[in-house]
Structures are given as structure tokens and as C-alpha cells.
Design a protein around this ligand. Structure first.
Ligand code: C5P
Length: 407
């Protein structure tokens, strides 16, 4: 659970998006966070404190005059306990108030009283598109950022008022992801990471083809982990059934040749290349433009194959990779003798780091176990969720990168 042990103050201000804050609260609790809900009086017009209390499992605070705190200083007590204050939804009015350092209700008091260097303030604005676009709101957002707040969003689309445009609060899952990202060590800040993921599909004719068993989950988890660690991430994805990841530039491809072209084009601007894709080794020598007909009677089509390019080996042999400007990481899915096979594959591919896993034990699953192999030796990462492993792997990769500016 990515928020285990974190104390989050979830602030709600007046807006119809309060109904989504209920679900957000649930997601935060499920991810292991202790959630203290603080609502403004306006928020309590949209959703009751009772609902938020039931979801957070804690009494909700609305007023700065609440006498439950022994010292009657809820704004101090609650903001000292917090690791972050997330205001979702953050109304235009509430942001205008924060900007001026006004503190006439409990939530704005807490935002002002929080120790800024230790307790982050994250704002998820929600409002009508005209209110969002208004120069006053835009000015406030710019200044709030400059004052150290992190502004999440906004989203775009249908609004409760019937209009369409910018100003929607981000979806609860998106806010959860951004909050989790906020707590990750920023070990890849300023780095550009290229990742290949998923299978490739090699057409035989317009309705048939050959492919590999790969869900793309490990590559997508790595893309998210690298982005959360501060990297600028480009994900070249074969045909997979996965959305996102958030904040990652995604290039969709189908065949090995498409993936090869996309990766080579992007590799020039990358500092790290992580090849997780299960690239088909061969493709039909020529894809038929019309569907091959079944004639029956034991008559079989004959197919001949040609070899696909080895994307990783080619990029690892490039000038930039050999000079150390591009750090290449390969994956090996084996069915047995993992260490020996993966060690040999690292040398064959010419990469500094190779990550082995037992293929059939991980295909399509949400967890995995990894064996990292580099010139220094091996490092085992026992069975864990692919997301947790991805975060650990990103940390290991970051340790191995050359320090910028040091030859
Ligand atoms: O040779 P093998 O397919 O086992 O190698 C696996 C590693 O090489 C993975 O990192 C995979 O993404 C990469 N690869 C590639 N292009 C290929 C075949 C594999 O980039 N044509």
C-alpha cells in the first residue's frame, strides 16, 4: 500500500465535486493512509460530515470553534500531524482566500499554519470553465504555485452546469496517483526515460497474426514509477489493454518494425532505455493484403518468416549507449536456469543491466519476482507487486546513472 503510515488532511471546500471527494477518501484509506477530513461550511452544503466520517473512520472537523480539542487549537494540532494537506475540491473562492493568507475558517487556518517545509499543500481545483479561465483565478493559481502549493489538474470535459471545458476536478484515481507520486523520492529528476512495453503483433493477413504473451503491466508500472520519480517518460507500447499511465507520453505501435522505428527515433533524446517489450522474434516474410481463404481438404497455407530487428541490442550498440550517455536495461523472461540464462543474455545484448524473471510465473499477473544482473553481480527482488518492484528497480537504475556534469 503506497500511502501506508501517511497522515493526510483531506480538505473539502464548496463545490459539487464534493461527491467525488467521498470516493477519494475511500481510495486514500484503502491505500493505507490515515485520513483526517476537514470541511468548510460551504462543503457541508454539498455532502454531509456524516458521510465523510463513515468513510474516513474519524470525526470530521468543520469549525475552528470546535471544542473537542483539549487546547482548542485544532488548526495547530491537525496540521502538525499531517504529511500533506490535499484540498479536493478547491473552489475558486477558497484559492482566492489562501492567496491572501486569510484564515477565517478551520481549513484556511490550517493551510496557513502548516509548517511549509514539511507539510505539502496540494490543491485540486474544481469550478465552472469561465471561473477557471478568469484572469483572477489564473493569477491566483500562478501565485499559489509560487507560494509552494502544488496544483493538480484541472480536468476537461462535461460540467455539472451543462457547459463543457476546463475546470473539472481530476478524477479520484488521478488525484490518488498524484498524491502517491508526491511522496516518491525524486531520484530521476531531469532524466529522460524511454520504455518499450507489451507484445508486438505481426500480421499474416488482415485478420490474423502472430504475437507474444505479454500484458505490458511491468513496462507500464515502470513508466509510472519513473514518472513518479521525476523523469520525463516516453512509453512505446505494443497492443495492450492498459490505459495511461498518467503524465507519460505514450506512442502506440503494432509490429516489431513499428516499435523499432519509434524506439530508435526516441532513443536519441533519452538518458535511459528500458526494454520490457516482448518483441516477436520473426514476422511473416510478406503479409497478405487479403484474408487467406481456407480451402479445406487438408490444404494448408505455407508461411515463411524473416527475423525481426533486435531493438535493444541495436540501441545498446549505438554511439550514445557505448559512450555512457544512454543507459540501457534489458529484460529476460526465462522458464528455467534464470541466473545463467540472464547472465549470458546481458553479455549478448551488450547492456550494463539485465533484469531476469520467470516468464510463465508472471505473464498477465499483477506480481512478479526479479533478478538484477550487472557487472558487479546479482540482486534478488523477491515476489511483490509489479508496481512495488518497478519503484525498487527505478531506484537501482538511478544509482547506476552517471552524475550529471561529472565525466
Ligand atoms: O532475446 P530476448 O527476446 O530474450 O531478449 C529480451 C530483451 O530484449 C528484452 O529486453 C526485450 O525487450 C528486448 N528485445 C528487443 N527486440 C527484439 C527482441 C528482444 O528489444 N527483437
Amino acid at each position: 500500500m503506497d500511502l501506508n503510515g501517511k497522515h493526510i488532511v483531506l480538505g473539502l471546500t464548496g463545490g459539487v465535486a464534493c461527491y467525488k471527494a467521498a470516493y477519494l477518501c475511500r481510495l486514500l484509506v484503502k491505500e493505507g493512509a490515515e485520513v483526517q477530513v476537514v470541511m468548510t461550511e460551504a462543503a457541508a452544503q454539498f455532502i454531509t460530515p456524516v458521510t465523510m466520517q463513515a468513510l474516513s473512520n474519524r470525526t470530521v472537523y468543520v469549525s475552528q470553534w470546535d471544542a473537542r480539542e483539549p487546547n482548542n487549537m485544532a488548526h495547530i494540532n491537525l496540521s502538525r500531524e499531517a504529511d500533506a494537506i490535499l484540498v479536493a475540491p478547491a473552489s475558486a473562492d477558497f484559492m482566492a482566500k489562501l492567496l491572501h493568507g486569510r484564515a477565517d475558517d478551520l481549513l484556511s487556518l490550517m493551510c496557513l499554519a502548516r509548517p511549509v517545509e514539511r507539510v505539502a499543500l496540494l490543491l485540486a481545483p474544481a469550478m465552472n470553465r469561465e471561473m477557471w479561465a478568469h484572469p483572477a483565478t489564473q493569477r491566483n493559481v500562478t501565485q499559489l504555485r509560487a507560494d509552494g502549493a502544488q496544483v493538480l489538474g484541472v480536468g476537461e470535459g462535461d460540467q455539472a452546469c451543462g457547459e463543457t471545458g476546463d475546470g473539472r476536478m481530476l478524477e479520484p484515481e488521478e488525484l490518488l496517483q498524484d498524491l502517491i507520486a508526491h511522496f516518491q523520492p525524486q531520484v530521476l529528476t531531469g532524466r529522460r526515460v524511454l520504455i518499450s512495453a507489451g507484445p508486438t503483433f505481426e500480421a499474416i493477413d488482415p485478420v490474423r497474426g502472430i504475437t507474444n504473451l505479454s500484458s505490458g503491466k511491468m513496462g507500464f508500472a515502470l513508466a509510472r514509477a519513473a514518472r513518479d520519480a521525476g523523469a520525463q517518460v516516453t512509453l512505446v507500447a505494443g497492443p495492450v489493454n492498459l490505459g495511461g499511465p498518467r503524465g507519460v507520453r505514450r506512442i502506440n505501435v503494432r509490429s516489431a518494425l513499428d516499435m523499432d522505428a519509434a524506439c530508435r527515433a526516441q532513443a536519441d533524446q533519452a538518458d535511459v532505455f528500458i526494454a520490457t517489450a516482448a518483441v516477436a522474434d520473426w514476422r511473416p516474410a510478406s503479409a497478405k493484403t487479403q484474408k487467406i481463404k481456407k480451402h479445406g481438404g487438408g490444404q494448408l497455407p505455407s508461411l515463411s518468416f524473416v527475423e525481426n530487428p533486435d531493438i535493444l541490442a541495436a540501441i545498446a550498440a549505438s554511439e550514445r549507449a557505448r559512450s555512457g550517455a544512454l543507459y540501457c536495461v534489458g529484460f529476460a523472461a526465462e522458464s528455467q536456469d534464470l541466473e545463467a540464462q540472464a547472465t549470458a543474455k546481458r553479455l549478448r545484448k551488450g547492456v550494463p543491466l539485465l533484469v531476469g524473471n520467470i516468464g510463465p510465473a508472471t505473464f498477465g499477473q499483477d506480481d512478479n519476482a526479479l533478478l538484477l544482473i550487472d557487472a558487479q553481480g546479482t540482486l534478488e527482488m523477491p515476489r511483490n507487486s509489479k508496481q512495488a518492484l518497478a519503484r525498487m528497480l527505478v531506484a537501482e537504475i538511478a544509482k547506476r546513472l552517471p552524475v550529471p556534469g561529472v565525466a
